[in-house]
Design a protein around this ligand. Sequence first.
Ligand code: 2P0
Length: 328
Amino acid sequence: MRATASANSNIAIIKYWGQRDEKLVLPSNSSISFTMDGQLSTKTTVEFDRLLAKDGLVLDGAPAKDNETARVSAFLDLVRKKAGITARAKVVSSNTFPKSAGLASSASGFAALAAAASKAAGLDLGQKELSMLARRGSGSASRSIFGGCVEWRAGKKKDGTDCYAEQLSPPGKWRDLRNVIAISSMDEKKVGSAAGMKVSAKTSSLFAARLGAVEKRLALVRRAVRERDFEAMAPVIMQESDSMHAVMLDSWPPIVYLNETSFRIMRLVRELNESHGKYAAAYTFDAGPNAHVYTIARYAPEIRKALAELSGVMKIMECGIGEGVRFV
Ligand code: 2P0
């Protein structure tokens, strides 16, 4: 009753910010992301053992905090229920990037956990079912089951049976797409995503307007991905990030994830695009200040250099597009 799986993180270009069902983790809108390469990866081993009194979690070589273990244990309860078992489990998980790098690990973490735990429990789930299971741990994890470009469909059904991710294009299709990551803070976020989106849905007058705009952006991005049209995709990526962060700021109390360096990076990308006379890069920010600058490989060295010279940038990484979850 032991299995190991590995999954990569993903960075959304059409964002998930709002839930239509909190318990089932059903989003208010569909979202689209690219799965990153192995530089942003989590490997997790799950072993169910009837002799264990409780679930245990070792994260990056050390016993996890109580709240982290409780979240994993609640997720394992879903797997146990599905498999009809009661045994507790030992979970050992490690990230290829430091947890303190300020890069979210819940997408890769829960995708790897869903695959390893379901297999260790004797379940043989297809990718769609794995995506639905991973979703219950962390919404964005539903997308990390697949490689390449992925759409997580919000669905309409109350029971969530039409809410899962699907691959829009395989990892090999857009080989020269890059995400240049500029880290400007390694702090853990003060407002968790789930809590933050709840506040936004309740208090932001821009929240509903954003949902209206997202449908059009989804259609534009689907087409741009199909045609590998970076120039068409770039402005949508930036508008979408700006729109989500506007909703956050419009929430009460305001939710502010961006810092001064984030704004400097936004300006830098706009100036860089102006100097090229076309869209060579597009920034996007998640629930944190670190920038994800999508670009094409030939512009990456120039972008890395410009970002490295910017005050407040602590570390730069360059990711390509990667694979979905796999068993080790
Ligand atoms: C996304 N985010 O589409 C959006 C954009 C953050 C901003 O999905 O509570 O990772 O961190 O486990 O699902 C972050 O939410 O939730 C997220 P947590 P999750 O990527």
